[in-house]
Design a protein around this ligand. Structure first.
Ligand SMILES: C[S@@+](CC[C@H](N)C(=O)[O-])C[C@H]1O[C@@H](n2cnc3c(N)ncnc32)[C@H](O)[C@@H]1O
Length: 259
C-alpha cells in the first residue's frame, strides 16, 4: 500500500456549501476543487462549526476516507517514513497509543506483517486503552501502557522478545491547561523511551510524539546517550498550528540502557 500525498481538495457535506478555489493535482486531480463552508446552526457552538469546516476541508481527512485509512494521523507516519525510510520488510514494530489504528496500518504494510507467513514476515504489536477494531497483520493489546504489566505483555508477544522499531503517538486527553498537557505528554514520552531502550535491538529506531518547544532536556539526554542520531521532525500532515512535534531517534546503540 502506498499512501499518496493528498491534494488540497475538499468534499461536500450536509449543511455545507462550496465555493470554487482552483484545480487539484493529486488524487482526484483535474477535478474542480471546492472549499466547503459550514453554516452556523442554532445548537452548534462556533468552535464546533469551525472544527467541522476544518475537517471537511482537510485534504488528509478526505484522503484517509478515500484510501481506507483509520486515521488522518496515518499520513504523519507515512510522511516521516517516506523521508527517513526506517520501516522495512520483516521488522518487528511496537505501536504505543495505536487507536484507531492508522499508524499500525502503515507499519503493517511496510514491514509486511499482513501477507503470508514464514520467513521475512514482519510483526506489529499495538497497544491502547481504547479499543482498536481488528486489523490484518496487527496484534492488539487493549491496556493502559502505564499499567505495571503492560511492558511485559508487549515483550511476551514480540518475536524473540525484542523490537526493531518502537512508535509512540500516545497523547492523553488534553485538559486545556498548556503546562499540564505538556507534562502529561512528556511523561508518556519518557516511559515510551525507557521501554524502547529496553526492548530495541541494536540499530533500532524510536519515533515519539512530543511537544513544540522540543523534547525535555532529560529525555533528550537519554536518547542522545542511547541512539546514534536524534532529530525533531514535523511532517506536513501535522497541522502547523498544532504544538505537536515528533522526536526520531535512530541507530540504537544496543548496549545496556544508559539512564
Ligand atoms: C493521537 S491518538 C493515536 C492515533 C494513532 N497513531 C493512529 O494513527 O490512529 C493517541 C492515542 O494514545 C492513546 N493513549 C494515551 N495514553 C495512553 C496510555 N497511557 N496507554 C495506552 N494508550 C494511550 C489514546 O487512547 C489515543 O488513542
Amino acid at each position: 500500500m502506498t499512501v499518496k500525498k493528498p491534494a488540497k481538495g475538499a468534499a461536500k457535506g450536509a449543511g455545507a456549501s462550496g465555493s470554487s478555489s482552483g484545480q487539484g493535482s493529486g488524487p482526484g486531480g483535474g477535478q474542480r476543487q471546492l472549499r466547503v463552508r459550514v453554516k452556523t446552526a442554532k445548537k452548534r457552538k462556533t468552535s464546533s462549526t469551525r472544527w467541522l469546516e476544518r475537517q471537511l476541508n482537510d485534504p488528509y481527512v478526505q484522503a484517509s476516507k478515500r484510501e481506507g485509512m483509520r486515521s488522518r494521523a496515518a499520513y504523519k507516519l507515512s510522511e516521516i517514513d517516506d523521508k527517513y525510510k526506517f520501516l522495512k520488510p520483516g521488522q518487528r514494530v511496537v505501536d504505543l497509543g495505536a487507536a484507531p489504528g492508522g499508524w499500525s496500518q502503515i507499519a503493517a504494510d511496510r514491514v509486511r506483517s499482513i501477507v503470508g507467513a514464514g520467513a521475512g514476515r514482519g510483526q506489529v504489536v499495538a497497544i491502547d486503552y481504547l479499543g482498536v477494531e481488528p486489523l490484518p497483520g496487527v496484534e492488539i493489546v487493549m491496556l493502559d501502557f502505564t499499567d505495571p504489566t503492560a511492558e511485559a505483555k508487549l515483550k511476551a508477544l514480540l518475536r524473540g522478545g525484542g523490537a526493531d522499531v518502537v512508535l509512540s503517538d500516545m497523547a492523553a486527553p488534553t485538559v486545556g491547561h498548556t503546562r499540564t498537557d505538556h507534562l502529561r505528554i512528556m511523561g508518556l514520552a519518557e516511559q515510551a523511551a525507557h521501554f524502547a531502550c529496553d526492548v530495541l535491538a541494536p540499530g533500532g529506531v524510536f519515533l515519539c510524539k512530543v511537544f513544540q518547544g522540543g523534547t525535555a532536556r532529560e529525555l533528550l539526554d537519554v536518547l542522545k546517550r542511547n541512539f546514534g542520531t536524534v532529530r525533531h521532525v514535523k511532517p506536513p500532515a501535522s497541522r502547523s498550528d498544532s504544538a505537536e512535534l515528533y522526536v526520531l531517534a535512530t541507530e540504537f546503540r544496543g548496549e545496556k540502557p544508559v539512564e
